[in-house]
Design a protein around this ligand. Structure first.
Ligand code: DGP
Length: 109
C-alpha cells in the first residue's frame, strides 16, 4: 500500500535502521525508543492490525522471527518484552501490523 508508512519502509522507499530482513519480515529500530533496545518487527505483507491477521502460518512465522531477532540478532539474553498494540484503543498509531521488541533494561510491570 503506497500510503502505508511501514510498507514504504519495507519497500526501501523510506529509510530505517534495519537490524534484520528476509523474504517475509523485516525488523528495524523504533524512531522513538522506549527502552535501550526497541525494535519493530513487521511482515512485508500489508496486514493492518493483529485482528486482521487470519493466517495461522503468518502468526507462527512472526513469533519465530521475534525469537530469532531478540536472541540471535539483538542478543537480549537477559530477556525482553513483546508488545502488539491493536487498533486505536490499544494504542496503535501505525496501521501495519508490528511487534515491538523491547529490552536492554529490567522492564517495569
Ligand atoms: P504503535 O503505537 O504500536 O502503532 O507503534 C508505532 C511505533 O512506530 C512508534 O513506537 C513509533 C514508530 N514509528 C513511527 N514512525 C516511524 C518511522 O518513520 N520510522 C521508525 N523507525 N519508527 C517509526
Amino acid at each position: 500500500m503506497s500510503d502505508c508508512l511501514f510498507c514504504r519502509i519495507a519497500s526501501g522507499e523510506l529509510p530505517a535502521e534495519l537490524v534484520y530482513e528476509d523474504d517475509d519480515v523485516l525488523a528495524f529500530r523504533d524512531i522513538h525508543p522506549k527502552a535501550p533496545t526497541h525494535v519493530l518487527l513487521i511482515p512485508r505483507r500489508h496486514v493492518p492490525t493483529l485482528a486482521d491477521a487470519e493466517d495461522p502460518a503468518l502468526l507462527a512465522l512472526l513469533m519465530q522471527r521475534v525469537q530469532y531477532v531478540a536472541d540471535e540478532v539483538l542478543g537480549l539474553a537477559a530477556g525482553y518484552r513483546v508488545v502488539i498494540n491493536v487498533r486505536e484503543g490499544g494504542g496503535q498509531e501505525v496501521f501495519h501490523l508490528h511487534i515491538h521488541i523491547l529490552g536492554g533494561k529490567k522492564m517495569p510491570f
